[in-house]
Design a protein around this ligand. Sequence first.
Ligand code: PLP
Length: 482
Amino acid sequence: MAIDSVSPMVAARHQMEDPQEFVASLLHTSEDRTAKGIAASVHRLITAGILRPGDRLPTVREISAQLGVSPATVSEAWQSLALVGALTTRGRAGTFVALATPGTGPTRFMGLGGPQSAVGLDLSRGTPDPALLPSLLSAVERVTRGQNEWSSSYFDEPVLGALEDELRRTWPFAPERITVVDGALDALSRIIDHVVSFGDRIVVESPGFPPLFDLLERAGAQMLAVSMDEQGIVPEELARALEFDPAAVFIQPRAQNPTGTSMTTLRSSELAQILSSSACWIIEDDHSGDIAQADDVSIGRYIPERCIHIRSYSKSHGPDLRIAALGGPSEVIEAIINRRMLGPGWTSRLLQGTLVELLTHAEPIAAVAHAREAYALRSTHLRESLMDRGIACSPGDGINVLVSVNDERSALVTLAAAGIRVAPGEPFHLSKNTSLTGNAPRSASVRVTSGMLSDHPGEIESTAQSIAIASLGVEGFDAHRR
Ligand SMILES: Cc1ncc(COP(=O)(O)O)c(C=O)c1O
C-alpha cells in the first residue's frame, strides 16, 4: 500500500464500526505479502493514525485467510511489530496496537542525561575534557583574517576544497565520495534514512551507542546484537547474525563507546572476509577520531563499495564544532548531499575553514596528540587501579571505560553519595527481547568517562577506590581486601 493512499482513509476508518474488518480489507490491497511487507503496511496504518492505540487487530487466522498466506507469515509480521513496540499481545484477548508507541524518541539517550545538579566529579558525560581541546580562538582568527566573504550559494560544492583534500589524504580507504555533516550522530541519522527500511534487520554492537539504538528503533528496524572481545566484534557472532540477512552492520572501529574497544587490523580483515559473502552496508562510526590510540582501521580497505565511514571531530577538536565527515559509495553519500539541499544545505564553510586550520597547523596538531596521551594515561591508571582491587573493566581506549558492578542502581547511588557521577550501563545494552538473535549478554555495569579524571595519580587512586567500593558493595570490598 502506498503511503500517500493512506490519509484519505483516516476518515473512512473513523466511520467504520469494526476496525478489524477494515484492517483486513486494507491489507488485502497490499502487494507485498511477505512478513516484512505485511508488517510495513500495518506500521504505516499505525503511524498514519488509521489504526489507533488500543485497537484490536484481526486474528492471525483471519488475516492469513484474507491474504492467502500462511499463519506463520502473519505471526512473523506481528512478532516484528511487537519487537519495535508497535503491538502488544494480551494472551487470549488478542493483539492490540500499543497504547503509546515507544521507539519514537531518544529514550535511551535521555536515560544518560540526568539533571546537572552539583556533583564533585562528573564522569558520566562521555564528552572530552575541555582543557584538552585545541584552542578554537586562534583557528577562527586565522581563518577570518584572510577572508571576509563566505559563499552563500546553495549550489556550491558542500565541502571546502582544502578540507576535502585533507580528508582524502587521511581517509583509511579511497572513498568514491566525501562530504561533511553536523556531527557523527547527524551522519548516523542521515545514513539510516537512506539504507534502513521498516522491518530491516540491522547488526549492532551490544553494548553500543544508545542514540543509535533509538534511531534504529524509530526506523522500525529489528536489531541483531553481536558482542565484542578485546579485538572488536566476535567473528562467529557476526557470521551467525548474517544468517538473518541484515541490511546493514553498524560498527565503531575505535575507542568504542562505552567499552573503549578498538578493532585490530587482523580482526578487521577477518570481519571483512565474513562480510564479503553478504550484500549488507557496513557503517563505521569513528566517533573518537584522533584521540584514539589505535590505528584508523577500516573494513573499507577490503570492501570500499559497501563501506560508509564516519569520522567525527567532536572528541578531538570540540563537540561544538558540530562537524563529522563521511565518505564511501557515491550512491549513499550523494543521496545524503541531495537530501540536505532541502534542509541545512551545507555545513557552515566558516566552521569547515576553522577545521582545516585545526588539522593543518602545528599547534592544534600538538594539542590533539597531547590529549591522546593524557586520555591514555588517565584510562590506564584507572583501569590498573580497579583491576588491582579485583574489578573487571573494558579495554578503555579513548575517554570511556565500562566497569562491572554487582548492582547497577546501588553503585550509582553509592558513587553519588561520594560526589561522583557515572553513567548507568543499562541504556548501552540491548535487552534480549529487543535483539532478534536474543543474543544480548548483559552484566551490570557503569560507564566511567575516564577522560574527565584529573592527571593527579593520588586523585585517580581515590576515585578508583570509590568506584571499587560501589562496584563490590562495602561487604564485597572488605572481603576482597581480606
Ligand atoms: C559512538 C558515538 N557516535 C556518535 C557520537 C556523536 O558524535 P558527534 O558529536 O560527532 O555527533 C558519539 C558521542 O559521544 C558517540 O559516542
